[in-house]
Write a protein that binds this ligand. Structure first.
Ligand code: ADE
Length: 223
């Protein structure tokens, strides 16, 4: 899976993607993540990417042309590509969408909005080029830009790609779902004279009992 992100703040994202599991996944060539600075697709010497909103309004709007130029630069001929426009009023992202994107596409292009968003003609123009385009929101709140949304979406899609998580991690998730309580050393610790002990069953070595316990915990969480 290849991720291309068009943004005015590539450095924010690069530091996140170059750590931990996503770093390992890139090294193993399971995913490829590339950020593109929108300013590199401008014509003027000031690298202007935004302008005032027609009809008035306080904020600045990202201009359409640099965004479209950037997409045309990163598009690939033979890939199954989808373009995601981040917007607080897009379709609400969830694990099901992450799974479907991981299955259906091998190239995702993300456009991070900023300021008051981007020129509304971007979506139509990209569709006219024949691209599949979707507006995605990561939650019912307004962020200052789409960069955090891109990090969230790329992270959750990547972990659906076979090999990105370790075998044990993905197996555990399949068996029990997400949210099973976990414990590590020490078996017991004290805090303000109170004792906090890990459940005995997890230390018992009895895997049948451990599975039953985990399943019961998950059932409780879901209720
Ligand atoms: N840009 C601003 N708010 C956003 C949100 N909630 N999701 C995605 N992109 C956004």
């Amino acid at each position: 899976m290849k991720f291309d992100i068009i943004t005015v703040f590539p450095e924010i994202l690069n530091s996140y993607f170059n750590e931990s599991i996503l770093k390992r996944a890139q090294k193993k060539k399971l995913i490829k993540i590339k950020t593109h600075n929108l300013r590199d697709f401008t014509k003027d010497k000031h690298k202007k990417v935004d302008d005032k909103s027609y009809g008035g309004g306080v904020g600045m709007v990202l201009m359409a042309e640099p965004i479209i130029k950037a997409v045309l630069k990163v598009k690939a001929k033979k890939e199954k590509t989808k373009i995601i426009l981040f917007s607080p009023v897009g379709k609400q992202f969830d694990n099901k969408i992450a799974f479907n994107f991981a299955k259906k596409y091998n190239h995702l292009i993300f456009i991070c909005g900023h300021y008051e968003g981007f020129d509304a003609r971007v979506e139509k123009a990209l569709q006219d080029f024949g691209f599949k385009v979707q507006r995605i929101s990561i939650g019912p709140y307004v962020l200052t830009g789409g960069e955090l949304a891109a990090a969230v979406v790329i992270d959750s899609i990547s972990r659906q790609i076979p090999g990105v998580l370790g075998k044990n991690e993905s197996l555990e998730e399949k068996r029990f779902g997400i949210g099973v309580p976990v414990y590590t050393r020490p078996e017991t610790f004290f805090c303000k004279k109170k004792k906090y002990a890990a459940p005995k069953v997890l230390i018992s070595g009895n895997h049948k009992k451990i599975d039953e316990w985990r399943r019961s915990k998950i059932d409780k969480i879901r209720k």
